[in-house]
Ligand binder design. Structure first.
Ligand SMILES: Cc1cc2nc3c(=O)[nH]c(=O)nc-3n(C[C@H](O)[C@H](O)[C@H](O)COP(=O)(O)OP(=O)(O)OC[C@H]3O[C@@H](n4cnc5c(N)ncnc54)[C@H](O)[C@@H]3O)c2cc1C
Length: 464
């Protein structure tokens, strides 16, 4: 999948230029690695690597003999957080399955053939304002400070996005002060009253010229439709800054798992009550697995055999490449709004990990309407269709739907973790209330208050 190819490094003066295609990209000289403050190897000495023995990847035969408290479908954040909490918090037995050959869901990262850590499904930047989520994840990882910066290739120049003072001064060859930039933007913004579409949102924020330069082409490529056809929620907010702050996110906590996402997931799932089974479809597992409750983080429409029709998703194709140069571009991500360029953005992973390596690995993202479901397409029609599935889900006993696919929502990682922790809090409250009433028959406490949650022979299985 990954190939190594040579590439000439050229030097450019500031402002940084770009040519509209990657081959024409020019990069600044003098930076030998990412942002220069990271680890030199990210996972070779991974402290979680031999931790799977307590649970690990079991054969179907071993699983057939077990009765699990929970079958969890999907080993992304939604499934992994719930597996960890139910096992470590309530002493429940969990069978966690995923159709893919790895844990971590879309946040999965790995070392490529060159030994560079890359994100298989595109760049995943962790940022949040929720202290409880940071505290929770800190049980499984140390952190590496990282503030994400993105540039856009506009008119042959690389400029910061979100639009800031530097962006405006570079593009318009001006020397505005913050106050002048505020007036500049206000003069250009459309005075629309009725904001219904994504186009309206951007026109009102920055006006037509900047809309066409930064947003129109990018959105058309990303979503396959014109912004005038897309719900306003897709670009509900267009952050523009009149200072020189070029950070992509402003959240109070911005860090990456120090060793990577996959090692963090391993640490979460390394619990003797959790069994992980990969390359396993739910349809397959339900035939042989015995469990009391199902937690499902796969697509909700698929669960119900698409009985009301398919929920539309936008997909992406990632093309990964390793290059014989220490650095390829001057920021972690460069966006290409130009519709003549087929991909939407290029990510250079060493910025995210801080890894020092003589080569560098990048990925290009090509949006597509076919392929794995990545982004729910927000519009009134799709929301109405989801509501029908949601009503069905609410009437399905013994199943809890979670995650971005299970609830058809575009969630960031911290939001999915928050959702999973909230679901767990409800289960915990119910479980403790049941135990108090002495009505819980499946799990019994011993004299010292420890929970006996060893796998037991099957008694009941709930399926939709
Ligand atoms: C390109 C891209 C970039 C992103 N960047 C960021 C970012 O920078 N920051 C951020 O906070 N968020 C980002 N996100 C969002 C982030 O990926 C999600 O919030 C998070 O991964 C959702 O976790 P999840 O567990 O709900 O779903 P997923 O990670 O998708 O996990 C669901 C899992 O369920 C499995 N599954 C589904 N159906 C079945 C079945 N029938 N049987 C067996 N297994 C099944 C799938 O294989 C998958 O592994 C990004 C998303 C994308 C697509």
């Amino acid at each position: 999948m990954l190939k190594v190819s040579g590439r000439q490094q050229t030097v450019t003066d500031s402002p940084e230029g770009c040519g509209g295609t990657a081959t024409a990209l020019r990069i600044s000289a003098g930076i030998s690695n990412g942002n220069g403050n990271g680890n030199d190897r990210t996972t070779d000495n991974c402290r979680f690597s031999d931790n799977w023995s307590g649970s690990g990847f079991n054969s179907h035969d071993a699983i057939r003999d077990m009765q699990y408290d929970y079958l969890i479908v999907g080993a992304g954040f939604a499934g992994a957080v719930l597996a960890e909490r139910l096992a470590a918090g309530l002493g429940k037995t969990v069978l966690l399955i995923d159709r893919r050959d790895h844990i971590g869901g879309n946040a999965y990262d790995e070392l490529d053939a060159a030994g560079i850590r890359v994100h298989r499904y595109g760049p995943h930047i962790f940022h949040t304002n929720a202290k409880r989520i940071v505290e929770y994840l800190s049980n499984f990882t140390e952190w590496r400070p990282y503030e994400h910066r993105v540039k856009a290739c506009i008119d042959g120049l690389l400029v910061p996005i979100p639009i800031n003072l530097t962006t405006l001064n570079t593009l318009f060859r001006a020397d505005m002060t913050p106050a002048e930039a505020l007036v500049f933007l206000a003069e250009r913004a459309d005075r629309l009253r009725d904001i219904r579409t994504s186009e309206d949102v951007v026109l009102r924020a920055v006006g037509r010229e900047l809309y066409e330069k930064f947003f129109r082409g990018y959105t058309r490529k990303q979503w396959g439709v014109d912004p005038s056809q897309l719900d306003k929620s897709v670009t509900a907010r267009v952050p523009t800054r009149t200072d020189t702050d070029d950070r992509y996110f402003l959240d109070s906590f911005q860090c990456m798992p120090a060793e990577g996402y996959e090692p963090m997931f391993r640490a979460m799932l390394s619990h003797p009550l959790i069994t992980v089974e990969l390359n396993t479809e739910f349809r397959q597992a339900r035939e042989y697995a015995r469990f009391r409750h199902l937690i499902y983080s796969g697509p909700v429409d698929e669960y119900f055999d698409f009985c009301f029709g398919k929920l539309p998703y936008r997909s992406l194709r990632f093309v990964h490449e390793t290059l014989d140069m220490p650095q390829f571009q001057p920021a972690a991500v460069v966006n290409y709004p130009d519709e003549a360029v087929q991909y939407t953005r290029i990510t250079e992973y060493k910025y995210l990990t801080g890894q020092i390596h003589p080569q560098t690995s990048i990925s290009r993202e090509y949006p597509s309407s076919n392929g794995e479901p990545f982004y729910p397409v927000p519009c009134a029609e799709n929301e109405a269709l989801y509501k029908r599935y949601e009503a069905l889900a609410n009437q399905t006993p013994g199943v809890t739907f979670v995650g971005r696919l299970g609830t058809y929502r575009y969630y960031n990682m911290d939001q999915v973790i928050g959702q999973a922790l909230s679901v767990y809090a409800k289960i915990e409250t119910q479980s403790r209330a049941t135990v108090q009433k002495g009505a819980e028959v499946a799990v019994s406490d011993d004299a010292e208050g420890r929970v006996d949650a060893r796998p037991r022979p099957a008694t009941d299985v709930q399926l939709p």
